[in-house]
Design a protein around this ligand. Sequence first.
Ligand code: AMP
Length: 133
Amino acid sequence: MATIFTKIANGEIPSYKCAENEEFYAFLDINPLVKGHTLCIPRREVDYIFDMEDDEIARFQVFAKKVALAIKSAFPCVKVGEAVLGLEVPHAHIHLIPMQSEKDMLFSNPKQKFPADEMQAAADAIFAEFQKL
Ligand code: AMP
C-alpha cells in the first residue's frame, strides 16, 4: 500500500507544494515547528533514508539544498536547519526549518498551526524562489 507521502507526491492527498522535479517533491509540514517548515521526499518509496543508494541520496541532498536556498530567500532567517527523523511516517523525508535560533530545531517544541491562506502563501513564496534557481 502506498505511503501517505506517496499519495501527497501523486496529488491524491492535498499538500502545500513548495518544489518538485521528476524524482523529488517538497511540501509544507502540516504541523510545523515554525512557518516555512518544509519536507522533501523522494517519489520512490523508501522508508529509511540511509537505505538509499549513494547516487540517489546525493541527488536528494542537492534537491534539499535548492529547497533550502528557496526557503532562505522567502523567509529571512539566520540559517535553514536540516533534520531527519522518520519516526512517524515510513517514507524518507528531510525536514528543512528556517531558524532564528537553535530552539527552532527542537522537535519537542509544541507544533504550530497556521490558517490555510497563510500556509498557501508560504508555499507559494518558496515555490516562486525555487523557480528562480
Ligand atoms: P517524522 O516521521 O518523525 O519525521 O515526522 C513526520 C512529519 O510529517 C511530522 O512533522 C508531521 O507533521 C508531518 N506530516 C504528517 N502527515 C503530513 C501531511 N499529510 N502533510 C504534511 N506533513 C505531514
